[in-house]
Design a protein around this ligand. Sequence first.
Ligand SMILES: *Cc1c(COP(=O)(O)O)cnc(C)c1O
Length: 356
Amino acid sequence: METQSLTIHVKKIEKSKIEQVDFNNLAFGKNYSDHMMYCDYIDGKWQTPQIVPYGPMEFSPSTKVFHYGQAVFEGMKAFKDDAGRVHLFRPEENFKRINKSSERLAIPEFPKDYFFESLETLLKLDHEWVKPGQGNSLYIRPFVIATEEGVAAAPSDAYRFMIITCPSQAYYNKPVKVLFAEKYSRSADGGVGYAKAAGNYGAQFYPTNIAKSKGYDQVIWTDAKTHQYLEEAGTMNIFFRIGDKLLTAPTSDRILDGVTRKSVIQLAKDNGIEVEVAPVEVERIKNAAKAGELKEIFGTGTAATIAKVTGFEHAGDEFTLPKMEVEYSELMKKYLQDIQYNRVEDKNNWLHPIEK
Ligand SMILES: *Cc1c(COP(=O)(O)O)cnc(C)c1O
């Protein structure tokens, strides 16, 4: 069936694939919902967004994205409340950020009405894929790729903006040991660290594999110049609890301005927990750990929400974090999820409801 709305062209799937998915055993990012959106930039203009059944697409081998990595992405989630309503969490932030990332990669800005109309149409069509219940959500991956054919190293004159979605479950948080980076860097001053640029992630795999071979789950990146300041994890910002205070690094052109990070800072303040936003010296964290004042470390990001760190290593010194009776990581997760599942008043206006 084909329908024409004001700005979006919709081609529905003939038969939903939802029955084939085991929602009790989801591997993150392996099952995609029935529909996806794509929108081409051709002749200096974004064309009509298309919503079509999820499936493979064909590209010429010379397509620029394969050669120069001109690509950016976003990660966001939709949640279903107990009344069956679907809400996006702070989607304006993701919209602004994908255009900020695009600007840095010389990709044209995507129009706001296209972004929101596409999301709303997609979520209405695939609302059955957003399961209610604690920990369940629909992960939404918008991204843009350079689609001009030809291997000349110059910005593309054609792009494709896409949105795909996949059901996601809270994953069981096993103990996470991290390594503070001493040699490799994720980003540098004047670079692209603040952008969700595809290449930032590919470049982390090798040093992360080295850390994994030594028994660590993740690397906490330090500043490229001195390696003395802790910045963030691969896809998460990072918080330290010293005494009863939270500490996190300020955003900069090296650090991704995470939506979860800013939400946690706000929620901590709303609930009377002091937050210090300041450069985080490795030595300060090690000294606090030695003095027994370092109580927790946790990462924040859309995919994992809050990920507890149980131990870390730096320059051969190993530390194990204490087991706390009241964990800020758990408190923060609860504050955040109470809003996301619409269980408490949304004082900061973070939910964006999807009308059925
Ligand atoms: C996506 C991402 C985060 C987390 O951002 P959220 O908006 O909270 O999901 C943090 N750091 C990096 C490098 C990221 O790519």
